[in-house]
Design a protein around this ligand. Sequence first.
Ligand code: SF4
Length: 335
Amino acid sequence: MYWRRNLSEFRDLSKLINEGNEDKIIASEVSGNDKSSEVITQVVETQNAETKEIDFNEKRKPFDVGLFSREVSNKAEGKNKVYAQLAQNISSYDISDGCIRSVVYKLLGTPVKDFRDRWLPISFRATLGNACHDFIQGTTDQFSEGEVSLKVPSIRFSGRLDNLNGNNVLAEIKSCTYTDYSKIIKTQRPRNADFYQTIAYKYILENHLEEAKNPGVPTRSGVPSLDMYDIDTIQFLYLAHDITASDVEDLGTSLKLVKSVKQQLNSKRNPFYFITSLILDTNCFDVEPYILFVKNKITRINEYLVANKLPPETDEFTNKKKCFFCMYNNVCDIR
Ligand code: SF4
């Protein structure tokens, strides 16, 4: 029995100590040194692949969640700072969901007073999201291209799509809360921001391919491999991963939500009930207004940058719903 073995190990240890056989525990006794004054250290590699000197005479404390919360905050602050300093391009997120004024603030290099995340668990959610991507992309062989960089310096655009299959299928992997997941499977509609993000990729692939394929432009991953794309199938792979979403009051409600999702998706025959696929056929709806939205937003951002001007409140792409999480809300005078 496991507990019996542990108990007997504990008794052996007590016996050893009571018999004064500390030399079997601490090497310093063997050499006759005073163990209280001796510093025994060892250089170890930490889980972050950094090296650290451990002093064995120092009593260490167990993991502290309160301290961890501050560690999360500091790390996010550092990351956000680096991101803001390096940001020189319009991202797909800027197009799909961002307030145009915050995009222009960012690209004009406006100093940020506070880089901390407004909601700390956001970095945990991002980590879960990356794991969802890795799970699908590291397992499947169904796509012809994965993680494709789309960098178009002439319009200051830089994005990275998840997957392409042939010249007509564009697929994005999206992780989400069960609340969003439940809405998505009920309505069979992608989230707005996800939709516009894919339209931005479609627009770039079909209108700026030559520049996006330019081998002289450094990119984080591969560039598109084909010479022509005509995206008529947009696929969203939604993965529900989070039952602790802030929009659910308690764990009981979350579990009920998960149960109802499982029932809706008849999960007895579907072990991956938390993954769902939505497919849009662009021949079945008028995609032009959405393409125009993307094109106009990119053009407008570039115009403001050239004129060194901030977008006014009346600009159709100013989005005050984003003010709470905006890094520029302490300098922005229209929030
Ligand atoms: S504070 Fe609001 S209006 Fe101002 S840039 Fe940010 S999101 Fe836009």
